[in-house]
Design a binder for this molecule. Structure first.
Ligand code: ADP
Ligand code: MG
Length: 309
């Protein structure tokens, strides 16, 4: 049997210190009347600079809660969250405003929430630049450049009502990039789009990531997402539960192959979520036996326990 200290992942070290985003044991509890809803229960997440990470998970698993905290729109109940030099828990309201204005960009699922209906596409993109104090001509030129980045230069004069849902979301990406943020957060940006239009939006996000070096964290329901990004993190019950990494390998014949591999996530308290299908296949329940081999750990059903019942 394995006894003694549980493994402990360091909260600092080369990977964590250089990372752009670090969430450490994040907890968020919502109080609704007499009820407490635990939306995040000790979530850990590290995102490197210039990474493109997708967050997936069932409805209610805590994805929006996490993104709202990272976006400076909500505060966690406990734990640590850092983006760049900003400590999202300790920062002042003035810092929070500056953070939201300059460090990040945000894209919502609801197309209408991202755009002002009475402004043209180019004016929508130029809007967040007003506070930066550039001239109206500079703003327009910069906004046109961003519309080119998202492939919509020819639609610059259209108002949101004259654009398709996918086009509106591409304008939303351009708006989110207007202040040259370090990181772009998007909460189900393809939620209202069909498959082909979703794929096109992911292509735009990927080119923004690759060509401008903007770190991207995108929440999505899209089951195809793992094909578009290098790392997909699954959230279950307010914790990161597994990750899929997509890597390119050079095969024996010299050709590049893309290999996807799924990993379980070990959190800093040593907790591990077993995939539901494994739990069901062996009818694991309540207690399991662990044995340590030199290079791996075995998990066995508690058969004596089953016989007791
Ligand atoms: P997801 O985005 O993965 O669907 P959410 O982060 O929206 O999940 O929600 C996680 C949990 O927190 C859910 O149980 C949800 O009902 C609850 N929740 C989210 N926002 C609030 C809120 N403002 N007040 C109370 N409960 C909330
Ligand atoms: Mg959500």
């Amino acid at each position: 049997m394995v006894t003694g200290q549980s493994p402990h992942r360091p909260t600092s070290g080369p990977r964590v210190d250089d990372a752009l985003i670090v969430c450490d044991n994040l907890v968020k509890i919502y109080q609704v009347a007499d009820l407490e809803v635990v939306a995040l229960q000790g979530l850990d997440l590290v995102v490197e600079r210039a990474e493109f990470v997708a967050l997936v998970g069932a409805s209610g698993s805590g994805k929006s809660t996490l993104l709202n905290i990272l976006g400076g729109l909500d505060k966690p109940s406990a734990g640590k969250a850092r983006v760049g030099d900003f400590d999202l828990i300790a920062m002042t309201d003035a810092d929070r405003t500056a953070y939201r204005r300059n460090t990040i960009g945000f894209v919502w699922q609801q197309t209408a929430r991202n755009l002002l209906p009475y402004l043209s596409a180019v004016d929508n993109v130029a809007m967040p630049m007003l506070l930066a104090g550039s001239s109206s001509r500079q703003r327009r030129t910069a906004a046109m450049t961003l519309l080119e980045v998202v492939g919509l230069a020819d639609r610059h004069a259209h108002k949101p009502g004259q654009l398709s849902g996918g086009e509106q979301q591409r304008v939303a990406v351009a708006i989110a990039l207007a202040n040259d943020p370090q990181v772009l957060f998007a909460d189900e940006p393809t939620g209202e789009l069909d498959t082909a239009t979703s794929a096109a939006l992911f292509d735009v996000l990927r080119s923004v990531n690759e060509q401008r070096g903007v770190t991207i964290v995108v929440v999505t329901h899209d089951p195809q997402v793992a094909d578009h990004v290098r790392r997909t993190v699954a959230i279950r019950d307010g914790r990161t539960s597994s990750e899929v990494l997509r890597r390119t390998r050079v095969g024996a014949d010299g050709a590049h192959q893309v290999v996807s591999e799924e990993f379980a996530v070990l959190d800093r308290a040593g907790r591990l979520q077993l995939p539901t299908e494994y739990v069901e296949a062996l009818e694991l329940d309540d207690r399991v036996r662990l044995t340590l081999d030199p290079d791996h750990i075995n998990v066995w059903p508690d058969e004596d326990g089953a016989n007791d019942r």
